[in-house]
Ligand binder design. Sequence first.
Ligand code: PLP
Length: 421
Amino acid sequence: MPQLKGIPVTVDELHRARQDYDALVGRGLKLDLTRGKPSPRQLDLANGMLDQQGAPVSADGVDLRNYGGLEGLPELRAIFAGALQVPAGQLLAAGNSSLELMHDAIVFALLSAVPGAERRWVDEPEITFLCPVPGYDRHFAVCERFGIKMVPVPMTPTGPDMDVVERLAAADPQVKGIWCVPKYSNPDGTVYSDETVRRLAAMETAAPDFRIFWDNAYAVHHLTDTETEIADVLALCAEHGHPDRAFVFGSSSKITFAGSGVAFFGSSPANIAWWLSHTSKRSIGPDKINQLRHVRFLRDADGLRQHMRNLAELIRPKFEAVDKILTAELGGTGLASWTSPAGGYFISLQVPEGCARAVVAKAKDAGIALTPAGASHPYGDDPDDRTIRIAPTYPELPEVEAAIAGLTTCIRLVGAENQAA
Ligand code: PLP
């Protein structure tokens, strides 16, 4: 971890850092590394979805233009079942956003007791979710929206610190859930180890209705040909006597079109029945024509795999550029450490304690937009003020390079000012 205070900085170094920063501001850049969006070239690779011809009819002869089919198109569920590690019969294909499904899962659990619950969550005096940090800001926003208390749990290289998770979950029946992005996590790119998944599935929880919100958003988003596998959370939960513990989420947002993908929900038969009892009041069925487009474009699990390889060809050079520039400019300085994920959409950068906000502010003034410091922590509060999330997918490579080079200039200045203080 970078720690700088007390390390002397020369007047020359500080002067040079200021000069470099002034030159950067003088360039009038306008670059954006804020959100993990697919680039237009990535989206172009899925344009074949728009050209799909043929009768709007499912494999079993259903007219997909009409109402119905709440569970989603069976042939699409079959394509994603392996990637999301959910039996196709327990995997639902829904609308275009998995975040929407996570939001709904919370609302349904607040208003209608989940299987195994003694009462609705809204009738509890307080609800707490465990939040591995750094994590995904929109998970935290959903909790905040519904007054769910968030307790941060540190991430380790193998997933959340399971000693902490087990202790907190066992101690308090108000602890009802945990957010998990088990593969190529947002923003660290961490992959949960088999042991972490096993402990999550097996642990004793004081709440009989504890739920793992298993957001496998990056299940197939490998940057290389190595396809990282994780343990099967649903199977492990069942094996350890907690069949209803995991809610699995996923989507094709970062596979096909981010705004017009398909979202998935998978779980135990009891949870699926509970889920459908609520969604059947909410909708007469999803957009099956879009689901059919996905089936015709991706074809099967191998088609999905090949499409992800094509996407990785576009994304990998950006991740490599970030790593190369950070290493060249900051390696060995003690000013930063960063992750080098094998997949996903993000790199997490750690700057010296108390510096992240200042770095993000300096970058903003130099025309480089970054995700607000603190966003990766509940309530936007990174107590160490250290984590910065880098999202390199959307800008083209030269822009990524310019933005990261500029960011290192900001880090050097803030680091030098911090040391001088
Ligand atoms: N989950 C994670 C971990 C994400 O990083 C994102 C987007 O950045 C989402 C969910 C959003 O998914 P969707 O587009 O399916 O709502």
